[in-house]
Design a binder for this molecule. Structure first.
Ligand SMILES: [Zn+2]
Length: 132
């Protein structure tokens, strides 16, 4: 009954995506910082973010919301990739040395303890020496 009404209400509306989730998380972080530092404008900003997330969720202008989401992904995807590589490099720090190709900046890894080795980048085929 309630779910039917909710489904009918949400029909033709944008709903949620990762940008909404990011807005809510960022809002929570801001209100947490506001309570730590006793700085109310941050709290106000967090409410603005929550309202924007709700507005996006209920919006019927789906193309505009998609455009915002793609703009968000353009910024967020490289950040997420960087964090993922740093996490993997940390977890595998005893087995592998992580480094970047000097030519194309691709992340590469090599087993540790092999001394100085000749590395061939898998993306651009550039060869360079790397200490492991
Ligand atoms: Zn390369």
């Amino acid at each position: 009954m309630f779910m039917d009404k909710l489904r009918r209400f949400m029909y033709g509306r944008y709903g949620s995506d990762r940008l909404n989730f990011a807005l809510l998380i960022f809002g929570l972080v801001l209100s947490f910082l506001a309570s730590i530092f006793g700085f109310p404008p941050l709290n106000f900003l967090s409410y603005v973010l929550y309202l924007y997330a709700i507005f996006r969720m209920l919006s019927k202008n789906i193309p505009a919301r998609r455009k915002e989401y793609h703009a968000f992904l353009k910024v967020w995807t490289p950040v997420q990739k960087w964090f993922r590589i740093k996490k993997t490099a940390f977890l595998e720090r005893k087995q592998y040395k992580y480094f970047r190709c000097p030519n194309c900046h691709q992340y590469l890894r090599a087993p540790r303890g092999r001394g100085k080795i000749l590395v061939t980048c898998q993306r651009c085929r550039k060869e360079f020496n790397q200490k492991t």
